[in-house]
Design a protein around this ligand. Structure first.
Ligand SMILES: Nc1ncnc2c1ncn2[C@@H]1O[C@H](COP(=O)(O)OP(=O)(O)OP(=O)(O)O)[C@@H](O)[C@H]1O
Ligand SMILES: [Mg+2]
Length: 212
């Protein structure tokens, strides 16, 4: 019953994220664009040039552009359009580049298999799991390196390893969060296996097997 509840929660969460991304796009994105266009129009008027108003309008345009990029990255986190448009590989590349830029973390992305040819329903699950693992590494691990490795074995299972070289944790004293729990439930809903290997000062490694 608990499991059904978690899976239901996951589905609601995904719907909600899509709705929020849409709202950000439609409301904030369009209003910012409108403000920017109007400001540029004002900037071009002679009166603006004569009175020094043009300086302020340039600042408004710069702020709009900054906010547009913030909204863009929020939308991307909420619902990765690139996933549906360009596929899992491109979405993960973008996600990894995003985290590497912002944090002092070297991420090795190893994939000898063509992950874009995986069954479509797997992509959002895999994307969310990598996203959660990255968030956890940055939040809890104090790691300098992370490995994201896909492979496929003879029994036709997809194997995904997400590991870091950080401080790890004591599995017995692990805090209960929604992140690892929802990963476990995602894998379970795909009839797969999920294992966490960690110990203090030994980093943390997540091992995921999903039948294809
Ligand atoms: N890469 C990691 N290195 C060290 N400890 C970790 C790592 N990932 C998770 N943990 C530990 O496991 C706990 C549970 O992780 P989980 O992702 O489930 O929850 P959370 O990140 O605390 O919160 P959230 O629900 O927002 O994900 C964390 O609080 C942290 O103590
Ligand atoms: Mg977490």
């Amino acid at each position: 019953e608990n499991r059904a509840l978690t899976q239901h929660t996951l589905a609601i969460q995904e719907d909600e994220r899509r709705r929020l991304a849409q709202e950000l796009h439609d409301e904030l994105g369009q209003s910012l664009t409108a403000i920017k266009v109007m400001t540029v129009t004002i900037e071009k008027r002679d009166i603006a040039k004569q009175t020094g108003i043009a300086q302020s309008t340039q600042q408004i345009v710069a702020i709009c552009e900054h906010l547009m990029s913030v909204v863009g990255s929020m939308m991307q986190q909420l619902h990765p359009l690139v996933l549906t448009e360009l596929g899992l590989k491109a979405a993960l590349d973008e996600l990894i580049a995003h985290w590497q830029q912002r944090h002092n973390l070297a991420i090795a992305f190893i994939s000898p298999i063509d992950i874009d040819s995986l069954p479509a329903h797997l992509s959002i699950h895999i994307f969310r799991m990598v996203q959660e693992a990255l968030t956890n590494v940055v939040r809890h691990a104090k790691a300098s390196e992370m490995v994201i490795e896909f492979s496929c074995d003879a029994t036709h299972q997809l194997h995904l390893v997400l590991k870091d070289n950080g401080q790890g944790c004591d599995t017995l004293q692990m805090q209960k969060g929604f992140g690892l729990l929802s990963m476990r439930e995602r894998v379970r809903s795909l009839q797969g296996d999920f294992h966490i290997h960690t110990a203090p000062a030994q980093g943390l490694s997540l091992s995921i097997h999903i039948p294809l």
